[in-house]
Write a protein that binds this ligand. Structure first.
Ligand code: FE2
Ligand code: FE2
Length: 206
């Protein structure tokens, strides 16, 4: 499998709103680093519960926009809904590897209530900033999964057997391990990164 698309990529901020998007993401990254401090399995579970939200919000709002304006969506709706579903599969995979504590479950519930509503309002105000934020979040996701891989390779995290749900979803071989899963997940994140930066670019140039 070709993992070249997982190369680190950084969209250089061009506008004020790009800088705001990047600052918001760096701020969120700071708290994630402080909270999880290297516990990548738990980090993946909690953050994937958040990562699966924007695609659903964006997909719903693009759907409503298409209805209101009676205009074609250029495939945006299905792309965004697919992204949400793909992120949900990341969650269902990593929850097989790390079981969240009750405290993390509380954080997940509160974070969903806050993030869903904030992202919804943000998307109404500026879908461009919303997609740029997701682009930057996905840059961080690629970076985090690269660190997770390094931890697996150094023996810090055990390279356990891949969960069956992941083997089925990504068509991995039956003897796949955690490392194989992290590689395909990272490819997904790189794809989301490129799609969301591209959507933000299109909205910027519209
Ligand atoms: Fe993800
Ligand atoms: Fe993602």
């Amino acid at each position: 499998m070709d993992h070249t698309e997982s190369r680190p990529y950084h969209h250089q901020p061009e506008t004020i709103s790009d800088r705001i998007a990047l600052a918001i993401v760096k701020f969120m990254r700071f708290f994630a680093d402080a909270f999880f401090s290297g516990r990548y399995g738990h980090r993946a579970v909690v953050l994937e519960t958040v990562a699966a939200v924007p695609g659903m919000v964006g997909g719903a709002l693009q759907h409503l926009r298409s209805l209101r304006r009676m205009e074609d969506d250029d495939g945006w709706i299905s792309t965004l809904l697919d992204e949400a579903d793909n992120e949900r599969m990341h969650l269902l995979t990593f929850v097989q590897i790390a079981k969240p504590s009750w405290f993390e479950r509380v954080i997940i519930i509160i974070a969903q209530g806050v993030f869903y509503n904030l992202f919804f309002i943000l998307y109404l105000l500026s879908s461009r900033i919303a997609h740029r934020i997701v682009g930057y979040l996905e840059e961080e996701a690629v970076y985090s999964y690269t660190e997770y891989l390094a931890g697996i390779d150094s023996g810090k995290y055990e390279n356990v057997v891949a969960p069956q749900i992941a083997i089925d979803y990504w068509n991995l071989s039956q003897d796949a391990r955690l490392r194989d899963v992290v590689l395909v997940v990272r490819d997904d994140e790189a794809k989301h990164r490129d799609v969301n930066h591209d959507f933000a670019n299109q909205l910027q140039n519209a």
